[in-house]
Write a protein that binds this ligand. Structure first.
Ligand code: ADP
Ligand code: ASP
Ligand code: MG
Length: 411
C-alpha cells in the first residue's frame, strides 16, 4: 500500500464528465489498496473568468478580496470531485486550503506555504476516505484566504506530498509528460522519460507552465518523487523528475540541451542616463524589492560620460507599479534622463546539465538566432541555462529554430 497525492489541472476537471473520469481513475488506485489524496484546480478558464469578473468592478482589485474571489474556483471542484467519488461508492471528503490548514505568509496572489497541518487528512485516510484538497489556496496566520500564484495547484500537490510523506506525487495534466519544449509551439517536441530536478527547476522558472516553479522547489527540498502524466490516457509512465544529476552529467551520450522554455509574461523597465556612481543599483532596486516586486534579469551598461543605463525585467502585471515607484520615489534622487517600460518582449531559454561540460553552446544559440535575423536585447546565463530577451513577435520562430538547431526532436 502506498500513499499517493494526485493533482489534476484545469482541463482535467473542465466539466462533469471529466470529473467523473477523474473519479474513476482515483477509484482504480483506491481499489489497489492505496491511500489517495486528490488536489484539484479550478475548471479550465474559471480562474481567468473570476479575475475578469473582479476587474469589472475595478481594474486594480484589492489583493485580499481578489483572493477571496479567485479561490472559489477550486472550492467548486473539490465538492464536485467528492460527489463524483461518492457516486462511485467511495468515502470522500473535501477540504479548502484553510480547512486543512495550509498556512501561508500574507503575500496575497503569490503567497508561500509555511506549514501544512496533516492531522485531519491522516485521520481520514486511516478511516478509508479519499481526501480531496483545493489547490492554489491557503490562509495566513490571521485566517485571511491567500492564493499561491498562477499554476499554484502544482505546489499544493507537492507540498501536501512532502507534508504527508507520500510515496509519490502525480501531476495529471493535458500532456503526457514533460517535453523538450511546449508541444503546442513545436509539434515535433519529444516527451522525456526522465528529467533531472535541476533542469526541471530551470525550465519551470524560465516559463515552462507544465509545473509551477515552487512545486519543483518543494520536490527538491523534500525529495518528493514527482511524475507528470496525462489525465486523458490510461497507459504511460509520463515523465519522472529525478535527483541523479551526477550520473547524467557524466554521460557523454546525453544531449547537451534537454529543453527550451519561453516566457511572454515579462516586461522591461529601462532607466536611461543615471549617474554612474556607487549605490545606483541599490537606489533603483531597493524600493522595487520593498514593494515585493520580483526582478528577473538586470543589466547595467558600461558607463560613458559619467552616466549609465540600467534595465531590468519584471512580470508584465507589475510593470506599471514598478514604473510608478521609480517615477514617484526614486527619480528625485537619481535624476534619470528617461524612465520607460517595454512589454513587447519575450524570453527564450535553453536548459541542460550537459552545458556544464561543453563549450560553444552559447555561440551556437546566438548564431542560430542571428541567422534568423532575430536581435538579442538581453542575455543571462547560469551553469545550465542561457536565456535571451527578444522582441515578442520572434518568440515562436526562435523556439522552433533552436529546437531544430540542437536536434531536440531526435536526441
Ligand atoms: P494544468 O491545467 O493541468 O495545470 P497547464 O496548462 O498549467 O495544465 O500545464 C500544461 C501545459 O504546459 C501543456 O498543455 C503545455 O502546453 C504546456 N507546456 C509548456 N512547456 C511544456 C513542456 N516542456 N512540456 C510539456 N508541456 C509544456
Ligand atoms: N486555478 C489556478 C490557475 O489557473 C491554479 C492552477 O490551476 O494551478 O492558475
Ligand atoms: Mg498548471
Amino acid at each position: 500500500m502506498a500513499l499517493i497525492v494526485q493533482k489534476y489541472g484545469g482541463t482535467s476537471v473542465a466539466n462533469a464528465d471529466r470529473i467523473r473520469s477523474l473519479a474513476n481513475r482515483v477509484g482504480r488506485f483506491k481499489q489497489k489498496g492505496h491511500q489517495i489524496v486528490v488536489v484539484v484546480s479550478a475548471m479550465s478558464g474559471e480562474t481567468n473568468r473570476l479575475i475578469a469578473l473582479a476587474q469589472e468592478i475595478t481594474p486594480n482589485p484589492n489583493p485580499r478580496e481578489l483572493d477571496v474571489i479567485v479561490s472559489t474556483g477550486e472550492q467548486v471542484t473539490i465538492g464536485m470531485t467528492c460527489l463524483a467519488l461518492q457516486e462511485l461508492g467511495y468515502k470522500a471528503k473535501s477540504y479548502t486550503g484553510s480547512q486543512v490548514k495550509i498556512l501561508t505568509d500574507e503575500s496575497h496572489g503569490k503567497a508561500r506555504i509555511i506549514n501544512i497541518d496533516g492531522h485531519n487528512m491522516q485521520k481520514d485516510l486511516a478511516e478509508g476516505y479519499i481526501v480531496v484538497v483545493a489547490g492554489f489556496q491557503g490562509c495566513d496566520a490571521q485566517g485571511n484566504i491567500t492564493t499561491l500564484g498562477r499554476g499554484g495547484s502544482d505546489t499544493t500537490g507537492v507540498a501536501l506530498a512532502a507534508a504527508l510523506k507520500a510515496d509519490e506525487c502525480q501531476i495529471y495534466t493535458d500532456v503526457d509528460g514533460v517535453y523538450t519544449t511546449d508541444p503546442r509551439i513545436v509539434p515535433e517536441a519529444r516527451r522525456l522519460d526522465k528529467i533531472t530536478f535541476e533542469e526541471m527547476l530551470e525550465l519551470a522558472s524560465q516559463g515552462s507552465k507544465v509545473l509551477q516553479t515552487r512545486s519543483v522547489e518543494f520536490a527538491g527540498k523534500y525529495k518528493v518523487k514527482l511524475r507528470v502524466l496525462s489525465s486523458f490516457q490510461d497507459e504511460g509512465e509520463g515523465t519522472l523528475i529525478t535527483f541523479e544529476e551526477d550520473s547524467k552529467d557524466n554521460n557523454m551520450e546525453n544531449p547537451l540541451i534537454s529543453g527550451i522554455a519561453f516566457n511572454r509574461d515579462e516586461a522591461k523597465v529601462i532607466i536611461l542616463g543615471v549617474p554612474d556612481t556607487p549605490g545606483i543599483a541599490y537606489q533603483i532596486l531597493g524600493p522595487i524589492a520593498d514593494a515585493n516586486i520580483d526582478v528577473d534579469m538586470i543589466i547595467q551598461n558600461q558607463g560613458a560620460d559619467g552616466t549609465t543605463d540600467f534595465t531590468f525585467t519584471v512580470h508584465k502585471n507589475e510593470m506599471s507599479k514598478a514604473l510608478a515607484i521609480l517615477r514617484d520615489k526614486v527619480q528625485a534622487k537619481i535624476h534619470a534622463r528617461e524612465i520607460k517600460g517595454d512589454d513587447n518582449i519575450a524570453k527564450v531559454s535553453i536548459v541542460g546539465v550537459g552545458m556544464r561540460s561543453h563549450v560553444g553552446i552559447a555561440s551556437q544559440m546566438f548564431r542560430t538566432l542571428s541567422e534568423e535575423g532575430i536581435n538579442i536585447q538581453m542575455i543571462s546565463t547560469s551553469e545550465i541555462k542561457i536565456a535571451v530577451v527578444i522582441e515578442e513577435k520572434y518568440m515562436e520562430p526562435a523556439v522552433r529554430v533552436l529546437h531544430q538547431a540542437f536536434e531536440l526532436e531526435t536526441a
